[in-house]
Design a protein around this ligand. Sequence first.
Ligand code: PLP
Length: 382
Amino acid sequence: MISQRAQDVTPFIAMDVLERANELEDVVHLEVGEPDFEPPDSVFETAISSLRDGNTNYTAARGKPELRRAIAAHYDREYGVEVGPDRIVATPGTSPGLLLALAALVDPGEEVVLTDPHYACYPNFVRTVGGTVRSVALRAEDGFQPRVAEFEAALSASTRAMLLNSPANPTGAVLDGETLADLTALAELTDTTPIVDEVYHGLSYDVDEHTMLEYTDDAFVLNGFSKRFAMTGWRLGWMVVPPEYVGAVNRLAQNLLICAPNFVQDAGVAALETPPDRLAEIRETYRERRDLLVDAVAEWGLDLGYTPQGAYYLLVDVSELPGAALEVADFLLEEAGVAVTPGVDFGERAADYLRLSYATDIEAIEEAIDRIDAVLSTYGVV
Ligand SMILES: Cc1ncc(COP(=O)(O)O)c(C=O)c1O
């Protein structure tokens, strides 16, 4: 008998689109969530020499000291924040870090407050540890920044944690410093622990990025190498843990994860030591792509209503177009040969939206725009 927990995990509807997109020929992919860049050469070289040196066995569950020191140095360099390596736990990606944070915090029946829209997997993580989800609405007119008063209204005696994501998937919104400070104050007042997924940090355009660690030590901050360093399949991430949770998280990591891959941890140190101009160039490329898509959306007569400032996504309201968003996604795939992600996986409030990703080269984005222009005008939509 399949457990109730497993039965409650919802499927990724976007995967159906992906499956169909992969069956068709000549599709332009704007549904991808993976960077189209390669990691820096030094990352490959370090991984290979580390493998040759025999670094293929287990490491300490919390990770190699060199990596944890390099992560601590990263916080100092990027944000001027002092984070002791003793609070850092290396994980095989951000996702396992999220599981450890929730497992350390949430007892069955306790609530976790999320935003809606949110990253598709969050509710399933919460349900896996027996928690229940409560959501706070985000709106395009607010640039998809949360209204702190609504967070306050959503908290109850059984709320254990608030789960935030900045820069965000699927909106591309970047939480501003004031909102982070206000949410920290609210968390302190209500004895709620923030869990902040910062996996897209480094990919923000025209705005300052703030880590939650600038405002409090009492937050779980999750990050990883998948997005900033384009290392999705390497499976490496980290969490910064509130001091009182270090022992519990280490025990959970020892039991549930054993460790992050040994030689990949060495590659992670090399990634963190990459000169900053490389990321600056990548960021500039993403910004150009974003601007191109933002302009195209306006030409399609759709009102984006906000400027996405980070990650590599746009969330576009398609309620003005004929048909439900799922049908619009289907239409774009079948008629224009452009794959996009229907919003439904990202929460009820995203059901009328499509997520467009610009983690693909500019020629492909231009081609997608031309194709969409053509079908929309053929069908008299624009
Ligand atoms: C918001 C968010 N968090 C976490 C992840 C997964 O990251 P990782 O590869 O580090 O597990 C993703 C992947 O798309 C994501 O969008």
